[in-house]
Design a binder for this molecule. Structure first.
Ligand SMILES: [Zn+2]
Length: 301
């Protein structure tokens, strides 16, 4: 669930290449938003009706109507149609420091809160706006402290945005920093969509029975789907949000260079895979482009 953006950032002014590791700490106090109470979504189960009311034995356990693999590969989310634009506008002030990053992330999250409810409902899920916490250094959550990386935690249904790395990118190249910050919020928000629609729960079930390599493959399917769905949103709002011209080039650089790099495990997908799913979703604006669960292993390498 961690988005690794290990990026070789091109600093446009001067064309200097520099490798930026997103593991630097920060002295910022995390800003805590009240997370909503998590509710589990169990769309894969049907509850059988007991045949006798006088029986003293426990009723049979719910039976899965389809396997979690089939559930994710045939999900209704892929049939919800192209995402309609919500005419999202980027915040005027960029993420130049922790407080500005919070405001910047809040602006795009408000757009995501308007964009996803129709799609989630059409997919059979129940929409609940996820929480947003912006932090630096470390953060205390049931999903860990995630040093250096933004993540979504299903237990709290909250997005934890790590701001120092985005601020650092912004200071090097404001347009690139805006695109990295926007894409990261959209990616983490997409994880919340996965959990609102049962895709996340099915992933957890699959993961439980998988080998180590199998778990990495499942993780890549989950992560590449999150980037794909995040770019469905960005693509559907590209005009109003201003992902055109130079900003488009910086967005493209971000998605083409995000992915697994040593020493990180192969849990997010190669930069090639990441770019391919991201570009397809940005162009189609349709979750139908994001069925990573039925894709061949080569496409989610
Ligand atoms: Zn992720």
């Amino acid at each position: 669930m961690l988005l690794i953006v290990a990026l070789v950032a091109v600093v446009a002014a001067g064309g200097v290449f520099l490798f930026v590791k997103l593991t630097q700490g920060g002295g910022e106090e995390p800003t805590v938003a009240e997370p909503p109470v998590p509710t589990s979504v169990a769309p894969t189960t049907v509850v059988p009706t007991p045949t006798k009311k006088t029986t003293t034995t426990a009723p049979p356990k719910p039976v899965q109507s389809v396997s979690p693999a089939t559930y994710n590969a045939t999900h209704r989310l892929y049939k919800t149609g192209a995402m309609r634009t919500v005419n999202c506008k980027q915040a005027k002030t960029g993420p130049g420091n922790g407080a500005q990053a919070l405001a910047y992330f809040k602006t795009i999250k408000a757009c995501l809160d308007r964009a996803w409810p129709r799609q989630v409902a059409a997919a059979g899920g129940r929409f609940r706006s996820p929480g947003l916490v912006v932090w630096g250094g470390t953060v205390n959550t049931p999903c860990g402290s995630g040093p250096g990386r933004s993540f979504y935690c299903p237990t709290t249904h909250t997005i934890y945005m790590e701001s120092p790395s985005v601020v650092s990118f912004y200071k090097q190249n404001p347009t690139f920093g805006r695109m990295v910050g926007s894409f990261t919020v959209a990616h983490e928000y997409a994880h919340s969509v996965q959990w609102m629609t049962g895709l996340g729960e099915a992933y957890e079930k699959l993961r439980y029975d998988a080998t180590t390599d199998g778990q990495l493959l499942l993780s890549r399917r989950l992560e590449l789907q999150a980037s794909c769905l995040g770019n469905v949103f960005l693509g559907s709002n590209r005009g109003s949000y201003g992902i055109t011209g130079y900003a488009y080039q910086m967005w493209l650089y971000d998605v083409n260079n995000s992915g697994d790099r040593p020493p990180y495990p192969r849990d997010h997908g190669s930069t090639t895979s990441h770019g391919a799913w991201s570009r397809a979703a940005f162009a189609s604006r349709n979750p139908a482009s994001c069925n990573t669960w039925s894709a061949s292993p080569a496409r989610v390498s």
